[in-house]
Design a protein around this ligand. Structure first.
Ligand code: SF4
Length: 465
C-alpha cells in the first residue's frame, strides 16, 4: 500500500517532519513516498496510486500553500484518504475537514500516521481518526532521508566571506517548555517538550554529512529547553565530526540563564544563534509572555559576542501595541548594538499573526482588537488603531521584498526602512554611522515561520506554466 507524505514549506530545510514518519511507515512495510513541494512542483502523475496522503503543516506559510493545492491533490488522487499533521493542522481543523481531510494530528504525529495507514491497509471502511492532539512520548527512530531531494537543493549557509556551505538539518527535540502567547507551539504542546535520543540525532547528522552537509542547523523550537541533552548532542557531534559547524535557536532568557554553556557551544562549532527577541518594548514583551526584558536582549548580545558566537535576532515588530516611535526605537537599538547586518530585512516587516487557539486571547481586552477567525487568512485579522503604523508595515514589507529581489546590501535596505519610518513620523531620518556591525553567517532562506507566503512561493508550487 502506497503512502505519500507531502511537505509544502519549512524555511528551506530538508524536512525532519517527512523523514521521521517516513521511517515509521517504511518499517511497517508501507510503500512510502515523499514529495517536497518546497523544491519540486506537484507531480502531474504520481499521486494516483496513493491510498493515503499526509500533508505536513508545521507553519503558517506551509498551511496557506496546502490550501492552495488541496484541490489539485484531491484531483490527482480522488480515492486516497487525506490527513494533515503538524502544529498548524489542529488550528485549521474545521476548514481541513470541510475540504475532505478526515484525520488531523497535532503534537507527536508518527504513531497516529502509522495507525491511520494500518486501518486503511486492513480495509476499514471508515479509517479516519478525527482530530488527534497527542504529546505523549514516542520512541524516535532514525529519520529516513534517502527519498528526499538532495541537501544542495535546499537553503545553504552563506558565509560573510562570500562562500557558501551545504546545510544539513537536525532536531534534538520537539515542543517547548515555555508558554509564549504568540507562539504556535504553545497551543499544541502546552509547555511540554520531547527529546530525540542523542544517538538518533548523531546518526541522522552522519547520514547528512555523508550526503554533503558541512553545517548543521538545529530546528528545535528552543535548543536549551534541555541544556544537558543539548550539550550531549553538540559534544558528540564535535567528537565525531570536528569540522562540522552548526547553529541553533535559543531564547534570550536561556542565553542569559545558561551563559556558562556558551563557551562550550563555541568550542564545539556553533557559528551563530537565532533568538526570537520579538520586541524591545517591555510592555509588549510582557503581553507576549516572552520571559525576557529588553535589557536581557542587550545582555544576551554581549554574552554571545564574548563567547565568539554571532547572534541572529528575530522580531515581531508590528503588533497592535506598536507605535511609530517604538518602531524607530527598534531600528535605533539595532544601530546602537551594531546588529544591522545581522537582521534580514524581512524580520523588520513581520506583523503579529494570531492563529486559531492562540494564547494571545489570555490578554485582557485582546478579543476587542482582533476579528473573528478568518479561514482565508488562517488566523484572526487585526488592524492597528493608527493606520499610519499599518501603512508603514506594508511599506517595509515592500522594501524587504524588493531588496531580496535585487540582492541589495543590508545597509542600503536598512537605510530605506529608516527613511520610510522617519517619513511616517514627519522627521528627518537619522544618519547611519559607518560601523553598523559586521555581516554574520546566515541561511540563504531568511523567511519567517509565521509569515504569509509570497506570490512567488505560491507560483513555484505549480511549476512552470
Ligand atoms: S516562542 Fe520559543 S520559547 Fe516561546 S514557546 Fe515558542 S518555541 Fe518556546
Amino acid at each position: 500500500m502506497r503512502v505519500v507524505l507531502i511537505n509544502f514549506y519549512e524555511l528551506g530545510r530538508q524536512p525532519f517532519g517527512l523523514a521521521e514518519p517516513a521511517r515509521w511507515l517504511d518499517d511497517a512495510g508501507f510503500d512510502t513516498r515523499t514529495i517536497d513541494l518546497a523544491v519540486d512542483p506537484l507531480p502531474a502523475r504520481g499521486l494516483a496510486d496513493a491510498s493515503m496522503i499526509a500533508l505536513h503543516l508545521p507553519m503558517h506559510t506551509a498551511t496557506s500553500m496546502a490550501f492552495e493545492l488541496l484541490a489539485d491533490i484531491r484531483k490527482g488522487a480522488p480515492d486516497a484518504v487525506l490527513c494533515a499533521y503538524g502544529l498548524y493542522a489542529p488550528a485549521n481543523a474545521r476548514r481541513l475537514q470541510a475540504l475532505g481531510v478526515g484525520t488531523i494530528i497535532g503534537g507527536e504525529y508518527e504513531p497516529h500516521l502509522l495507525a491511520l495507514a494500518e486501518r486503511i491497509r486492513k480495509g476499514s471502511t471508515d479509517p479516519d481518526l478525527g482530530i488527534v492532539g497527542d504529546t505523549a512520548r514516542i520512541d524516535f527512530r532514525p529519520p529516513l532521508r534517502a527519498s528526499l531531494p538532495a541537501l544542495d537543493r535546499y537553503a545553504a549557509l552563506n558565509m560573510p566571506d562570500g562562500h557558501s556551505r551545504t546545510l544539513g538539518f537536525a532536531e534534538g527535540s520537539r515542543g517547548c517548555k515555555h508558554l509564549c502567547r504568540h507562539c504556535p507551539v504553545t497551543p499544541v504542546y502546552r509547555g511540554r517538550f520531547r527529546i530525540v535520543p542523542v544517538d538518533i540525532v548523531i546518526d541522522d547528522i552522519a547520514d547528512q554529512v555523508q550526503a554533503g552537509a558541512e553545517h548543521i542547523s538545529f530546528g528545535d523550537p528552543d535548543f536549551l529547553n534541555g541544556p544537558t541533552h543539548a550539550l550531549r548532542i553538540v559534544e558528540a557531534l564535535n567528537r565525531r565530526f570536528p569540522s562540522i559547524t552548526y547553529d541553533a535557536t535559543i531564547k534570550i532568557e536561556h542565553i542569559v540563564r545558561h551563559r556558562e554553556i556558551l563557551p562550550t557551544l563555541a568550542d564545539t562549532g556553533c557559528l551563530f544563534l537565532i533568538s526570537a527577541v520579538e520586541s524591545i518594548d517591555d510592555a509588549i514583551l510582557e503581553r507576549l509572555a516572552k520571559g525576557h526584558r529588553a535589557s536581557d536582549f542587550e545582555q544576551a548580545v554581549e554574552l554571545v559576542r564574548k563567547a565568539g558566537i554571532a547572534l541572529s535576532p528575530t522580531f515581531v515588530p508590528f503588533t497592535p501595541w506598536t507605535s511609530l516611535a517604538g518602531y524607530m526605537q527598534l531600528l535605533q537599538r539595532l544601530i546602537d548594538l551594531r546588529l544591522v547586518e545581522s537582521v534580514p530585512a524581512v524580520q523588520l516587516a513581520i506583523r503579529l499573526l494570531v492563529p486559531g487557539g492562540s494564547l494571545l486571547f489570555e490578554i485582557e481586552g485582546f478579543e476587542d482588537i482582533v476579528g473573528d477567525f478568518d479561514e482565508r487568512l488562517l488566523g484572526h485579522p487585526w488592524q492597528h488603531r493608527n493606520p499610519a503604523v499599518d501603512a508603514l508595515q506594508k511599506r517595509v514589507e515592500a522594501i524587504a521584498q524588493d531588496a531580496a529581489d535585487r540582492d541589495e546590501p543590508r545597509r542600503t535596505t536598512f537605510e530605506r526602512i529608516l527613511g520610510a519610518t522617519a517619513e511616517a513620523m514627519g522627521e528627518d531620518p537619522p544618519i547611519l554611522p559607518s560601523d553598523i556591525g559586521s555581516p554574520i553567517p546566515a541561511h540563504s532562506e531568511p523567511w519567517y515561520c509565521c509569515a504569509e507566503p509570497t506570490v512567488r512561493q505560491l507560483a513555484s508550487l505549480r511549476g512552470p506554466t
